[in-house]
Design a protein around this ligand. Sequence first.
Ligand code: UDP
Length: 313
Amino acid sequence: MSKKTAFITGGAGFLGSHLCDKLIGEGFKVICMDNIITGSPCNIKHLFKNKDFTFINHNVAKFINIKGKLDYVLHFASPASPDDYLKFPIQTLKVGSLGTHNALGLAKDKRAVFLLASTSEIYGDPLVHPQPEEYWGNVNPVGVRGCYDEAKRFAEAMTMAYFRVHRIDTKIVRIFNTYGPRMRISDGRVVPNFIYQVLHNKPITIYGKGQQSRSFCYVSDLIEGIYKLMLSGLNQPINIGNPREFTVMALARLILKLNNSRSGIIFKPLPKDDPKQRRPDISKARKFLKWQPKVELKEGLVKTIDWLRLDSA
Ligand code: UDP
């Protein structure tokens, strides 16, 4: 039987590259597209010699031309760290809107299954806790995070329009905070920031009082959930994330402890529109995908610390 082909936008990024690995491992051919503004060739260089892997450097906000059959289009391209989308707000809006339109057009043309990488950010600063998929969110469209939140909300709306009008088999994964190897040390997100600071004996920078919460999912768990969703018959958005919630202060203490570090803590102003709490309700993923995360925060952090230690050496 001929191999199935998956096309992954943002395939050189943190999550995209892990998805490339997963699909190659599962016997797919993978075409990876990235314009390397926040992704890196280092994340996929081990795949360059694999005959089932192709890399194309292209900005998906521009027309995407792929020859041959495609079975899956997986749209992962976008800056995803608040620092990155603050640096690239227009590119973030374009990849979420024009890029999603192009990726959907490609899926329609190839009669491929389409999967959108959406985000817990579509819930904004949530007034419902934990967040179920039915919650519509509390987003400031004109705030500094609006470029990411609204681009992803538009992307979801566009995906559902293609589902309804063109009858494409679409899936939407709402990804909650994820961490693990291949995050850039300078990514700006809380896990790599704290680990970098501790490894370099610098004080940990807590924004606000550190009482805001997040729920951290290890990358292998997330990729497993996405793989199950991709093969499922589901067309409605699904939360994938780890439901164990930690304050940012608790995360800082854990990272200090795991490193036996005496780096202190310094407090910095809370960024604008920083969500106060976030935790996925994963009842649907449990029920329909038979999925739930397995990796405890401590275990995932140890692996991430080991990787970032080598990466920043
Ligand atoms: N944060 C922090 N110190 C840092 C980086 C982030 O206290 O050096 C906080 C940030 O304000 C937010 C949480 O950690 O409340 C998670 O931030 P991150 O950038 O990882 O992603 P977000 O969940 O906000 O998209």
